[in-house]
Design a protein around this ligand. Structure first.
Ligand SMILES: *Cc1c(COP(=O)(O)O)cnc(C)c1O
Length: 376
């Protein structure tokens, strides 16, 4: 097994991924699950998460771009992979050769696609813009014309039709409006040999209110996180898979009036124990964490002074030995709280954990693999 030489690591519990897939399968027993593993599996490691998710019953994967899809193919994954973003026309043959499905998102793109001299057929999912106004076709006329154009093209297989919801975790009325718009836009299409009609992201599929689709796109929920617990109450448990951990590398006592960190922005109000934690913004732990807390031996300890590139300081309630474990994300400090306190969302906190942080994979309570992306 790979070693790592640093006191900061992300621990990923693969059993939690398995658990989460099973919960979602119970909720949607008839639908195909696309595990969304873009951005290196939301920071968890795309290939590792994908393999476990497939074993647990996921049948397809979705990523953001062709590079991500190719990496999964090269790691031996054979299930369908959908690229959700735009793929450049010059890269379409490469996608086709690797059996990677592409998003057909735009009229001009489709016009060029159908005239490409392909030697291997390419699979596409037609993207419909039902109100988010990111990628996709918007009008009934556009949708019909381009669906038919794709269907007629001999080297194109229309494998899917889909849309994306903008407000499933914040506004049910707009969500309903998007669903109705999508239904209306696909009503006149002959979908009989289209394998996947899909629209539900985590926030939508946790609400389980729609049943005219046959695929769901499970992103954040796969990693054990509900996009908004208040807005979307659920009756089962999702298990967060990732912990971000470190160890104290120095513990010292400073005097009242002493200052801490770049810019000397923190001043001790009394004699205080402080600790140095070897994580910083180059690890994705941004300067916006200053003033927040981490957990040491059950105590909430404030991050004091500016977060540096590789290290930060915390105030301790008492002396702890060097090497004491620090929980940045994990028991007592869920990523939702971390995100709320820096004014962002769990997605961003997770994706920002950089490839300098080793990923340690656990299964059955044991460490089964270590991944050091930066150093490979
Ligand atoms: C990222 C993404 C998803 C997954 O969203 P979650 O909220 O993480 O479930 C689904 N569909 C599209 C188009 C996406 O870009």
């Amino acid at each position: 097994m790979q070693e790592y030489y640093r006191d900061t690591w992300a621990e990923i519990d693969l059993d939690a991924i398995t658990h989460n897939v099973k919960q979602i399968k119970d909720l949607h027993p008839t639908k195909e699950i696309f595990a969304v593993v873009k951005a290196n599996g939301y920071g968890h490691g795309d290939a590792e998460v994908s393999k476990v998710a497939i074993e647990a019953g996921v049948s397809c994967l979705a990523v953001s771009g062709l590079d991500e899809a190719l990496r999964l193919r090269n790691s031996g994954i054979e299930v369908p992979i959908l690229v959700l973003g735009m793929t450049r026309l010059k890269d379409v043959p490469l996608a086709a050769e690797n059996n990677i499905s592409l998003t057909a998102h735009d009229e001009m793109w489709i016009e060029h696609l159908v005239s490409l001299p392909l030697t291997t057929p390419v699979k596409v999912h037609l993207k419909i813009d039902s109100g988010m106004h990111r990628l996709g076709l918007m009008t009934e006329e556009q949708v019909q014309k381009n669906f038919n154009r794709l269907k007629m093209a001999p080297m194109v297989e229309v494998e899917g039709v889909f849309t994306h919801m903008a407000t499933a975790d914040s506004d049910k009325e707009y969500l309903g409006h998007q669903i109705e718009t999508f239904k209306h836009l696909i009503a006149s299409l002959d979908l009989s040999d289209v394998k996947y009609v899909h629209l539900e992201n985590t926030a939508t599929l946790l609400q389980k209110e729609f049943d005219f689709d046959h695929g769901i796109r499970l992103g954040l929920g796969l990693y054990g996180i509900n996009p908004d617990k208040e807005f979307i109450p659920i009756e089962f448990e999702l298990k967060p898979a990732l912990k971000l951990l470190s160890n104290l590398v120095q513990v010292k006592k400073i005097k009242k009036g002493d200052k801490v960190g770049y810019g000397a922005t923190y001043e001790a109000q009394e004699d205080e124990w402080i600790g140095v934690v070897p994580i910083g913004y180059a690890d994705g732990w941004t300067r916006s964490h200053q003033g927040r807390h981490v957990i040491v031996n059950g105590y909430e300890c404030e991050i004091i002074g500016r977060v540096c590139m590789d290290q930060m300081m915390i105030r301790l309630p008492k002396q702890f030995p060097m090497g004491t474990e620090v929980t940045l994300i994990g028991d007592g400090m869920p990523v939702e709280r971390v995100a709320a306190e820096v004014g962002t969302i769990s997605y961003e906190i997770l994706c920002l954990i950089s490839d300098r942080v080793p990923r340690v994979y656990k299964q059955g309570g044991k460490i089964i693999a270590v991944k050091k992306m930066r150093f490979e």
